[in-house]
Every structure is written in C-alpha cells, then in structure tokens.
Design a protein around this ligand. Sequence first.
Ligand SMILES: Nc1ncnc2c1ncn2[C@@H]1O[C@H](COP(=O)(O)OP(=O)(O)OP(=O)(O)O)[C@@H](O)[C@H]1O
Length: 346
Amino acid sequence: MITVEKLTKVYGNGDSAVTVLDNLDFSVQQAEIFAVVGPSGAGKSTLAQCVNLLERPTSGSVIVNGENLSQLTEAQLRAARRRIGTVFQSDGLFSRRTAAENISLPLDYLGVTRADAKKRVGELLERVGLSSHAKHYPHQLSGGQRQRVGIARALALKPTVLLADEATSGLDPASTASITALLKELRTDLGLSILFITHEMETVLQVADSVARLDNGHIVESGRVVDLLRDASSPLGRDLNPAKPALPAAPDETTWFVSYTSAHVPSDWVTRLGEALSSPVSLLGASIETIEGAVVGHAQVGLRAANAEAVIRQAQKLGLDARPAAAHDLASTTVAAPAGQKEPVA
Ligand SMILES: Nc1ncnc2c1ncn2[C@@H]1O[C@H](COP(=O)(O)OP(=O)(O)OP(=O)(O)O)[C@@H](O)[C@H]1O
C-alpha cells in the first residue's frame, strides 16, 4: 500500500520558489491501480520522483507498507527502493544485453546466485509472456515487448508496489492494451499496489480502479473510476468517457444526454423509457463500458413532445440521469441540432 500525505515539493527558494506539488493526499490500496492523470507541467514527473524518493519532498510523507520513506537515511532508502518496482516510459533496457540479462540485472546487483537468478528470470519471462524471447536483444523486440521486459525487471525483486511513470506513452493502441491488461493481471495475481502516472486519459479508463486528476500541483478531483463515471456532474467522469459522435436528432425531436448512474440499468432501457413516456425514443449515439462487471456510460437520445420533468423522473426510475444535451455532451463531429431544439419540449 502507498500512502501520500500532505506531499509538497517546492523548487528554489525566496522569490524564485515554485510550488510544484501542493499538499497532495491519496492512497493506493493493495491490489489497486491508482492513476494520476494530468496535462504537461501538472507535476506528474515530480510526483513520481518523490514517490520513489529520487527527490526529497519539501514536506509531507510517502509511506510504503507502513514505512515512512521520507524519514529514512540514504542507506535505508536504497533498501526501501527495492521494494518499489518502477516502470518508465522508455523501457531503459541495455541494448547489448538480452531480454533475460536485462531482467536479471537487479538480481545480479544484489548478488543472487546464478542458479537462483536464472530460475527467477525464467518465471518473470513467463509472467510477462516472453519465455520464447529470452535471448532476444532489445532491438529485436517490439515497443510493447520491450516494455514487458521493463515490467519483468521491475518485478525481479518481488516488490509490493509498482510505480508506472508514463509506462504506455508512445506505444500504439494494441501495445497499450496489452500492457494495461498485463498490469491488471499483476494487480490481481500478485496483489500489487500500482501507481500509474499518465497524461493519457483514455488509458486511465482501460487500466485504473481509482484516479486523481493533478492540475498545477493540486489534486482537483479524485475517486473510484466507476463512481466518477456514474456521477453525471463529475468533469473527470465526463473526460474519462467523452461523448462520441452521434446522429443529430430529427427536426421534431430534442437531444437529451442520458448517463448511467446506477448499477442496475436494464439493458432495454430505451424501449422502457419510450413506453413510460408514451413517446418513441431514438438512440442517436452511445458510449457504454463494462467496469468492475457493471455497465457504465452514456447515450444521446432524441425525444419527441415530452414533459421535461417526466423525462427526468422516468429516467431516474431506470437508474439514469437525463438532461437536455449541453454543448459539451456533443462530440465535435456531431451535426448539431437546430438552435430551436436545444430546450426540452414542455
Ligand atoms: N528541478 C526543477 N526546478 C524548478 N522547477 C522544476 C524542476 N522540475 C520541474 N519543475 C517545474 O515543475 C512543474 C512540473 O513539472 P513536471 O515535470 O513534474 O510536470 P509533468 O506533469 O511531469 O509534465 P510533463 O508531462 O510535461 O513531463 C513544471 O512547471 C516544471 O517547470
């Protein structure tokens, strides 16, 4: 488990002091992937460096499995860092060493016997699905495979927590999907606490159980991904699963934005809503995901003459939040409905 308490990092002093991280508080539970997402300059790299104590926080604590890293001496810190596996954006592999030799490095450094290192490397290669690539050099591997080797190396000393700093940045979508799938597998099988730092919002949805948005050194919003997606008023929830292109509503219809706020939305809710309103409901577009076994997401529907309060009430009964579509609900490629149709028909 990783706990970050009132973590603050200030660079420089006096007039030139810059507060890059301001009082951050969050924790990553055992068997949880916690993403920190933010734009360039938000403080993500600084956070990563403070978590593995390559940078000393100005104040606040980083506690890993009950041990406050910020209070350790340099020697104690070197030992503590071994309990944190780190995966970086660029895999950082040694080009003249094979995949197996790269994975073996932390074990060699610790003086593990050859036989034990060989056995452990074999297990790790299997764990990341690269047993048949043990003797390949980095240039003979794809970007995703190199990153798998990087992950295997990060796991060599059996850490309980894993820090993934832009681990999928620069990978193509298929490789990203395979790395996020591997991280989820490791979380579940090994019970790892994984802190996943990224600027890629779409990857957060694929990988994370919980997420915090870092902006200008502050955590501006955080929560479990599934809860944020079910909260129709959450900007982060909206950004995690943005509206996709949808059809425009027919001239006699108004576009409504409908989001799943409950775990029990019936799969035939479009039909049921139409029946309850005694008016057909046209499905114009939808973005539905399954997270933690529950369906979450949103849809745009076209509604004909219907009382707005009745729409909201009937939708609520189905576990949905319904409101007339606002500009941010409509993807940029949507052909907007004529201006007169923005208000619900009373
Ligand atoms: N050593 C330093 N001295 C002074 N300011 C720094 C230092 N390192 C980083 N900063 C500043 O801290 C802020 C956050 O930088 P950081 O690299 O942590 O952001 P980031 O979210 O990782 O951005 P990116 O995604 O572009 O790497 C920036 O304004 C940066 O200029």
